[in-house]
Design a protein. Sequence first.
Length: 94
Amino acid sequence: MFKQQITMNKKLHTIDTIMSNSPFTEIPYGIHGRGHANRVLLFSNLLANLVEEKVDTQAIIIAALLHDCGRQNNGSDPYHGTNSAKKALEFIKK
C-alpha cells in the first residue's frame, strides 16, 4: 500500500510539472489541444494498467501529454511528430 502511494505521488508530481510548464502550456486549445492530451493520458494509463509487464509510467505520462506539443495547427501537420519529440526531449533535459 505504501509503495503504491509513493508511485501515485510520483505520477501526480510528473503530471503537475508537465502541465504547469512549457511546452504543455503553449499547446493551443482545439481538437489537438490540452483536452486531447489529457484524454490520451487517461487512456494510456488505463491501457498500461491492463498490461501484466512492468510499464514505464513516467514515459507514458510524458508521451501522452506532449505528443502534440509541436503541432502548428489542427489540420494536416506532417512534421508535428518530429517537432513534438524535439520539444519533449528539451523538456526532459531541463
